[in-house]
Ligand binder design. Structure first.
Ligand SMILES: [Zn+2]
Length: 303
């Protein structure tokens, strides 16, 4: 106790000490997470756990692998644009919300990239029928579906955004089309949390600023015991996790050190936790592999 008081006194009397203490808590300090704590958090909310995860690919970017993984060869590597559906016995939760063609065209930068209007309509339908909507981060290909379009006002009250996401979306969104007004922002459920936030039986948000300030991973524990980590864009290709290598895309501005910390953590988990399936939003090769292994289903169940 005396030590704590002494430390407190030191902090109070010495602005320099206070500043350096505060600096150590800032983003840029090393990122880490504890899978045991995450599992505990996944058990906090009572109720039946989810039973499976579905996804739909609604668009793609035709890039080469060297952009996704530092040092990778310049070979074609399709970036699938996807949304995920976490199925419960009686309802479902969406992770990411798709995007309309206008936002899609922004990503193509003038080139025509594949956009599957029928699949995008499926995503819009799934989002409309969801009990709750979560997003991995505030980029257009993940969040536009709850910001734009005729159903946006109905979707916002069942969509959880973080304070960091809303700050970016209102002040410096990835593209003008997804900018939120203060009035629109108020319609969402906006949360702030330190490290982990349980939001439904078996589902925990993991704060992972890095790719963007509002990035988070979504941990899902199924009733079967199988576990998933939907890592959003921490990497675009799972080789980023396998080799602990970040992106090399000149148009991406991210906290490289935080992303590398996350890749290191994921790499470690991939070696120690065989029951945990790490899923990157955009890795088409991985998605195909997981579908084949029956660890993901590539169609939505709409009710
Ligand atoms: Zn993305």
């Amino acid at each position: 106790m005396r030590t704590i008081l002494a430390a407190l006194l030191l902090v109070l009397v010495s602005p320099d000490v206070y500043r350096s203490f505060a600096a150590a808590q800032q983003p840029g300090a090393s990122w880490s997470a504890d899978i045991a704590e995450i599992r505990r958090a996944a058990n906090l909310i009572p109720g039946a756990k989810p039973v499976r995860i579905n996804f739909v690919k609604f668009a793609a970017s035709l890039r080469t692998k060297n952009f996704s993984v530092q040092g990778a060869p310049t070979i074609p590597s399709v970036q699938a644009r996807t949304a995920f559906q976490v199925m419960y016995p009686d309802s479902y939760v969406m992770v990411d919300a798709g995007m309309d063609q206008t936002v899609h065209d922004f990503f193509g930068r003038g080139t025509k990239e594949p956009y599957d209007a029928a699949a995008a309509a499926e995503v819009a339908k799934a989002v409309a029928g969801a009990r709750m909507i979560l997003v991995t981060h505030e980029h257009g290909d993940h969040v536009a579906g709850v910001i734009r379009g005729p159903q946006a006002a109905q979707l916002a009250p069942k969509t959880i955004l973080t304070r960091a996401m809303v700050d970016i979306l209102t002040t410096k969104p990835q593209m003008p089309e997804i900018q939120l007004t203060a009035e629109q922002a108020r319609r969402f459920i906006v949360v702030d949390y330190e490290k982990y936030l349980p939001v439904a039986p078996g589902i925990v948000l993991i704060k992972s600023a890095g790719h963007t300030p509002g990035s988070q991973m979504v941990f899902v524990a199924l009733a079967s015991g199988r576990e998933y980590l939907l890592i959003g864009d921490a990497t675009w290709h799972m080789d980023g996790v396998r080799e602990v290598k970040g992106k090399a895309a000149p148009w991406v501005t991210e906290d490289v050190n935080a992303v590398l910390d996350q890749l290191r953590w994921l790499n470690q988990l991939s070696k120690t936790d065989a029951n945990l399936v790490i899923v990157a939003s955009h890795d088409e090769e991985q998605h195909a592999d997981l579908v084949q292994k029956m660890l993901l289903t590539n169609r939505f169940e709409l009710r």
